[in-house]
Write a protein that binds this ligand. Structure first.
Ligand SMILES: [Zn+2]
Length: 299
């Protein structure tokens, strides 16, 4: 499943081609994906100009000049392909096997043609993704999908104090809390495992125990905050560096993550990589998700 770094890589791939581009035609090939397509979507956006392609958590946001925003969740297998002229391009390495979307495939559900001849095709074989329209005049803070989201970890104002505030009354284990999008957005299971290992914090720690009585973050929570940023930026860098290779080529990596060097994820029974630690990586299950950690250096 695409996580924040993958979605950010898709955004970076689309933005230079779509920002400022005028929509000439929108074709919707079926009534729904995970949810029905917004009513009159095609009518509402035909002729509109995309001001910019943004992102909030794992959502792509196509912000229009008229103040409305087309929101897209990629779900499990959603991807965008740009074709037209010299361009044939599927940004993101998580794309699942099949040929790139040209607007003619059985899973090409939404096709947007632009004034300059570019075509953006949304392909989603499993249809867990969805499209939603934040109407003009409705702020993102009022929108039902966006209003529930916690802070954006890559924004400059994100810090350990904000995280401490959101965790101070949380009695669930820190592993589960960091997966909760209302506490902090964009962290999937794999990345949370890595963040906690690198921070030396046990996934079993009760969240509020990482906050001092005066509401300030503990040292451990400061490490977690720094590692959230570091792991996400590393993953985005890894995606960015492979982006060129995927120009016009379908991704064959269906693992759903970028090649960050994972220290714990998928390494059950192997030696912990922290220098000086002789622990062995364990796997447990928390809220039906695999947790990998080293009980010796993660406290
Ligand atoms: Zn260890």
């Amino acid at each position: 499943m695409p996580e924040l770094p993958e979605v950010e890589t898709v955004r970076r791939g689309l933005s230079p081609h779509l920002d400022g581009n005028r929509i000439q035609k929108i074709e919707i090939r079926r009534p729904d994906l995970r949810f029905p397509f917004p009513e009159d979507l095609s009518k509402k956006l035909t002729g509109e100009v995309i001001r910019n392609v943004g992102r909030r958590g794992k959502y792509l946001l196509f912000r229009m000049e008229n103040g409305s925003t087309l929101l897209n969740s990629l779900g499990m297998s959603g991807r965008w392909t740009l074709t037209g002229g010299e361009i044939s391009f599927t940004p993101g390495t998580f794309a699942h096997g099949a040929a790139i979307g040209t607007g003619d495939g059985p899973h090409d559900h939404l096709v947007i043609d632009f004034q300059d001849g570019l075509r953006a095709t949304y392909t989603d074989a499993r249809r867990f993704g969805y499209i939603h329209l934040v109407e003009s005049g409705v702020s993102e803070a009022e929108d039902r999908f966006l209003s529930v989201l916690g802070p954006e970890p890559l924004e400059p104002n994100f810090n350990a104090d904000i995280l401490a505030k959101n965790l101070s009354k949380t009695s669930s284990p820190i592993k589960n809390a960091l997966l909760n999008q209302s506490i902090v957005v964009g962290l999937g299971n794999i990345y949370v495992n890595e963040v906690l290992n690198r921070s030396g914090v046990s996934p079993l720690r009760i969240s509020s125990s990482l906050v001092k009585k005066n509401g300030k973050p503990t040292k451990g929570l400061e490490l977690v905050t720094n590692q959230i940023r570091a792991v996400l930026l590393e993953a985005i860098d890894a995606g960015g560096s492979t982006l060129q290779d995927f120009r016009g080529v379908s991704g064959d990596d269906d693992l759903g993550w970028f090649p960050v060097n994972f220290r714990v994820y998928g390494r059950e029974g192997e030696k912990c990589l922290k220098s000086g630690c002789s622990g062995i990586v364990k796997r447990i299950v928390q809220s039906n998700r695999s947790t990998f950690f080293c009980a010796q250096c993660q406290r």
